[in-house]
Design a binder for this molecule. Structure first.
Ligand code: HEM
Length: 502
């Protein structure tokens, strides 16, 4: 019996180790695992796609100091796991520096899956549903678009700064009813500082690989990251607290502009496990950090696409002029009549995905997928870039071709990239309706008002843009120059006549 029992255990062990192999990937080294195989140095999304091709699998596994990392390189596997098995694929990875030392798990973006996550998620989903975007946020977007046009007319060279102001102004008005000071806003500055504090000094990344380092004292040589974390934690608290307190003061004085914060203060029932103020502050704080940079980057990529493709500008303008004419700006109600502008929005998000590797998910249970073992607490990276640049799905994927989304007699339309660019399953971007509306209106208004051209040097030679992309979760394009000119004198006079006081 004993021999049978031992044999049974050995059989079961061998069977499970054979049946439950990790997904394919490079062979890990002893102790460090695949640390040296981890893509680095830029365009990591391309390197992950190449690993996927090398190992002949859309699902790739790496082991970093014993922690599991799985990269998903196709829409099919992302749908299978992140959408259909969402109950166990919807958490976020551990993130020792950001969550445990800097305390950023107040933000829904980084929050682990569970009750507290759902408390935040329900509020944000409710407040950014299409109906509320149309009724409440469209007027804010329209006003800020006009302000953007005025800023570009005045100082066209600072276009990225103006795009940042547009995104910040929309979110500050939506969240706090606060009109930002264009010359330098205290709350926007604070939010920017918080974002920058997320990139810690050397050592910050190491503590994510070797979590035990979080216990070394602040005075210890090389422990700068611990001091940085304490500072960053305080900064993030101020960023959430100060604009929130401003709304409460204004409400008390009866002068608050209705906004998300005032609405939630008035309508949200008190909760037992988290203070109501804390809950509201965390939701609005997360919205700024998730929504401002993403919108700015997408619009910067749009301007790059436009200077590279004057023929697309021309085609887009013909559509806008035919629908809106030259006496007024495009309006939200024009959208259905401007299919080509819609295609441009889609293509900008596909061509240069704002978050090429998405936001990592994490598993909360062991799983087996197509015979591959994916353990509990695995970090899951959806390679959005690979999905949006799959040549089987999007022909000439590196090229900017908005027409790919319009069917022709010989070719079907390419799939809508919306099924990828906003992420997946229970963590799909809850701000997507706002972002899409804001991007459409801004792109249509910019094309209505301006010509975008490559700049020229002193001798009149065209300067070609040479743009590279950063490797953070959101991939920031490097600076480039652009010549932005009003399409006519009438456009300039109309923009100069905008009244921002009422
Ligand atoms: C071009 C603009 C934007 C893009 C491309 C984008 C993309 C994304 C992506 C890929 C995710 C991760 C989804 C996942 O985990 O699978 C995400 C999450 C999120 N986004 Fe957006 N986003 C944009 C704008 C916005 C805006 C304007 C808001 C503000 C309302 C927003 C709020 C959020 C929040 C709160 C999350 C975290 C959701 C969660 O963890 O459950 N995003 N976004």
């Amino acid at each position: 019996m004993a021999v049978l029992g031992l044999g049974g255990i050995l059989y079961a062990w061998r069977r499970s180790s054979r049946a439950a192999r990790y997904p394919p990937g490079p062979t890990p080294a002893w102790l460090t695992g695949n640390l040296h195989d981890l893509p680095s140095g830029g365009d990591e999304w391309v390197q992950y796609r190449d690993l996927s091709r090398k190992y002949g699998s859309d699902v790739i596994h790496l082991n970093i100091f014993g922690s599991h990392l799985v990269v998903l390189n196709s829409v099919r596997v992302a749908n299978d796991l992140l959408d259909h098995r969402g109950s166990i694929y919807s958490s976020r990875p551990r993130m020792v520096m950001l969550k445990e030392l800097m305390g950023w798990d107040w933000s829904i973006v980084l929050m682990s899956y569970g009750e507290t996550f759902w408390t935040h998620r329900r509020i944000i989903q409710q407040e950014f549903q299409p109906r509320i975007v149309t009724s409440t946020y469209q007027p804010i977007i329209a006003r800020e678009c006009k302000m953007l046009l005025a800023n570009l007319l005045r100082a066209p060279d600072h276009f990225v700064h103006h795009l940042k102001s547009l995104a910040a102004a929309e979110i500050m008005m939506i969240s706090y009813g606060h009109q930002i000071d264009p010359e330098g806003d205290k709350y926007v500055k604070l939010a920017e500082e918080v974002r920058e504090s997320g990139v810690g000094p050397p050592g910050s990344y190491l503590v994510d690989l070797i979590p035990a380092l979080k216990y070394i004292p602040e005075w210890f040589p090389g422990a700068d990251f611990k001091r940085h974390a304490r500072w960053g934690k305080g900064l993030a608290l101020r960023m959430r607290q100060e604009p929130h307190d401003l709304v409460k003061e204004k409400m008390a004085a009866g002068v608050a502009i209705p906004c998300l914060t005032s609405r939630l203060i008035e309508t949200l029932p008190s909760t037992s496990d988290i203070s109501k103020d804390e809950l509201i502050m965390s939701c609005t704080g997360a919205i700024y950090s998730a929504g401002a940079d993403t919108t700015t980057i997408a619009l910067t990529n749009f301007i790059l696409a436009m200077i590279l493709h004057p023929e697309i500008q021309q085609k887009a303008r013909a559509e806008i002029d035919a629908v809106a004419g030259r006496d007024r700006l495009p309006d939200f109600s024009d959208r259905a009549s401007m299919p080509f502008i819609n295609c441009i929005v889609k293509e900008v998000l596909r061509w240069k995905p704002v978050a090429p590797l998405g936001v990592p998910h994490a598993t909360t249970e062991n799983d087996i997928y197509l015979g591959m073992f994916i353990p509990k607490n695995t970090t899951i990276v959806p390679n959005l870039w690979a999905m949006l640049h799959d040549p089987e799905v999007y022909y000439d994927p590196e090229e900017f071709i908005p027409e790919r989304f319009l069917p022709t007699e010989t070719r079907e339309a390419c799939p809508d990239p919306s099924r990828v660019v906003w992420g997946f399953g229970r963590r799909i971007c809850p701000g997507r309706h706002l972002a899409d509306t804001s991007l459409w209106m801004t792109m249509a208004s910019l094309l209505w008002a301006f010509d975008f051209e490559k700049p020229k040097d002193a001798r009149g030679n065209i300067i070609e843009p040479n743009v590279t992309y950063g490797s953070d979760i959101v991939s920031v394009p490097s600076e480039f120059s652009c010549q932005i000119l009003p399409r006519s004198r009438d456009v300039a006079s109309l923009i100069n006549s905008f009244d921002f006081e009422h």
